[in-house]
Write a protein that binds this ligand. Sequence first.
Ligand code: FES
Length: 97
Amino acid sequence: MQQDLSCLTVRITPVGESLIASPKLTLIQSLEQQGVQWPTSCRSGTCRTCTAQLLSGHVRYEMAWPGLSAEEKADGLILPCVAFPVTDLVLNDPFLD
Ligand code: FES
């Protein structure tokens, strides 16, 4: 069964509700449209303020190499200010770390 790509969901654990994410917007843009607070600064993939732990799902980047090492990416870290959701996502709440 193919997923409806116009209506992806993002769940922020451990308590967060499921939110809607557009594959055409950065993750931060989708979250902010729904009133979700997320730490940000540069919004260009360099400062790492927005770094998130992706627990499941996939994102894509339009920039050649966002400010994460290959090891960090392999460990599931993402930069929501420049990451576009490709599938439904589950993220750790950034304020609980
Ligand atoms: S806000 Fe700077 S990397 Fe995302």
